[in-house]
Design a protein around this ligand. Structure first.
Ligand code: ATP
Ligand code: MG
Length: 465
């Protein structure tokens, strides 16, 4: 609300838009807040000079930092191509497939902006100052009906951006809404277009699908519409294995629970869960093959090779940051380590960064692989100790963050007071300068000062004609 009010104070139009309005109307807690405005990214930057930055190339957005929260502020966009008179840089570039590579054509107004949004329920605008909701596409009706309906021609909109297909399924899983027939029908046919989406963006989309509190339902919906195998091709052959489904579903439901408890879900854990059976299966096959080989391959080399292969295959679809890939490798390797309680460097293992996540993973597996109980019981006291230490560290960090925030607030207040003082001085000076023109109204003292100043300027040859 503060961001919207500030933009409006600077005479721009500004609204809260998208998922936050949809979720508020449904009585859900919004994941984030998006603001739409007619100010350009550069103008937005000027207003929030000390707490904003421009991001994105395909689509320029300004991130405005408010406390701990990032508010995404976007300039009205249009679905039309750029008029010739628009400056270069404001472009809407389509690839041959119809996919939008860049989408920076600014829209004239809120109506144009609403038409370039994905679904009617995501195109509701709230002016929190006037307390009015604007709906140009029947979004409120669809909210009442519980329907996800794409704006415009479905095939064109999916060609422009294939991610909209996954978004339709995500909202279906998240909200329990039905997807309208016209929105759903091209998805099976067009799903292969997803391969054209950059794998870095796909990584972000997959995180949103599974890590934001509705992973279990999403997993079911993606399987129902045959999209899961496109996102995780190496796990495709496991989809008719009920043990695999049970394990992934159990893990996802526990991460959904974590999300409800405001705990963070990490991408490496998700990927480790989904691809674990792939690793196990390949290990099994490799061991069978190599056990009968003439030259034995060291176990360590075999594991490294398998891990790298699985991660490289997945990276073709979702480009994982290096740290995520490293954590998956460590977490899986730790499964083999934790299983071996005869190990003689127990304390060193329990002190590793990945230890707690690895234990959590082992515990999940324990539900389906009962023989792991001995290892789980053995590591449990180390896990509890490690968790206590981590909680203490977190509390200390939060306390110091609070201290830092208070200090920052104090400094900001000081800066504001100084700026106000400066502004007051400036306006006083302005008032004085103005009265210089009107000598008749000056006080005797002021007149004398003026004369002195003039004489001094004349003596120094400073008067400009
Ligand atoms: P949530 O934040 O709960 O995941 P959301 O709808 O807010 O859902 P965001 O990714 O935050 O999703 O996007 C904000 C808004 O931007 C959307 O509501 C929609 O209006 C618009 N939008 C996002 N992605 C697209 C897209 N690929 N095509 C068209 N419009 C989009
Ligand atoms: Mg959002």
């Amino acid at each position: 609300m503060r961001v919207v009010a500030t933009l409006q104070k600077h005479h721009y139009e500004a609204y809260l838009v998208g998922g936050c309005i949809r979720d508020l109307l449904l009585g859900k807690k919004p994941k984030d807040f998006d603001v739409s405005t007619n100010a350009t990214p550069e103008q937005i930057r000027q207003i929030f000079i000390s707490n904003s930055r421009i991001i994105g190339r395909r689509f320029k957005i300004v991130h405005v930092l408010q406390g701990k929260e990032i508010i995404e502020v976007t300039t009205f966009r249009s679905n039309q191509s750029a008029p010739a008179k628009q400056r270069s840089g404001r472009t809407r570039v389509k690839a041959e497939s119809g996919m939008l590579i860049r989408d920076n054509v600014y829209g004239k107004n809120i109506i144009e902006d609403s038409q370039r949004r994905d679904f009617t329920i995501n195109a509701l605008y709230l002016d929190p100052v006037k307390k009015v909701i604007y709906d140009f596409n029947g979004g409120l009706y669809d909210m009442q009906q519980g329907v996800i309906d794409i704006i415009g021609d479905p095939e064109t909109r999916y060609s422009e951006d294939p991610v909209r297909m996954i978004r339709a399924l995500r909202f279906c899983a998240k909200l329990g809404f039905k997807i309208s027939r016209r929105t759903l029908s091209p998805i099976k046919k067009m799903a292969s277009n997803l391969s054209a989406v950059s794998n870095a963006r796909m990584f972000e989309e997959v995180n949103k699908l599974f890590l934001t509190g509705h992973g279990l339902q999403t997993f079911r919906t993606l399987r129902k519409y045959d999209i899961f195998k496109l996102l995780f091709p190496s796990a495709a052959e496991l989809l008719d294995n009920q043990n695999y489904i049970n394990f992934v579903e159990y893990a996802l439901s526990s991460s959904d629970k974590r999300y409800m408890e405001d705990k963070r879900n990490m991408p490496h854990f998700l990927y480790a869960v989904i691809l674990w059976a792939v690793f196990q299966k390949r290990m099994f096959i490799c061991n069978q093959t190599y056990n009968s080989a003439v030259v034995l391959v060291p176990q360590n080399k075999l594991i490294s090779g398998l891990l790298n292969d699985i991660i490289a295959e997945q990276n073709k679809i979702t480009d994982m940051p290096m740290a995520v890939a490293d954590s998956i490798r460590s977490l899986w390797r730790m499964q083999l380590t934790l299983d071996d309680i005869e190990n003689n460097n127990i304390d060193e293992i329990a002190a590793r960064n990945i230890f707690r996540a690895s234990y959590d993973f082992l515990e999940l597996r324990g539900k389906f692989e009962p023989y792991l109980k001995t290892a789980i019981d053995f590591w449990n006291p180390y896990y509890i100790k490690s968790k206590e230490l981590a909680d203490k560290r977190k509390a200390r960090k939060e306390e110091s963050f609070g201290r830092k925030a208070r200090k920052k607030e104090k400094l900001a207040a000081k800066k504001k007071a100084y700026e106000d003082k400066l502004a007051a001085k400036k306006s006083r000076k302005k008032a004085n300068t103005e009265s210089f023109d009107d000598e008749a109204n000056l006080s005797a003292k002021r007149k004398k000062q003026l004369e002195k100043a003039r004489a001094w300027r004349a003596a120094m040859h400073l008067d400009v004609k």
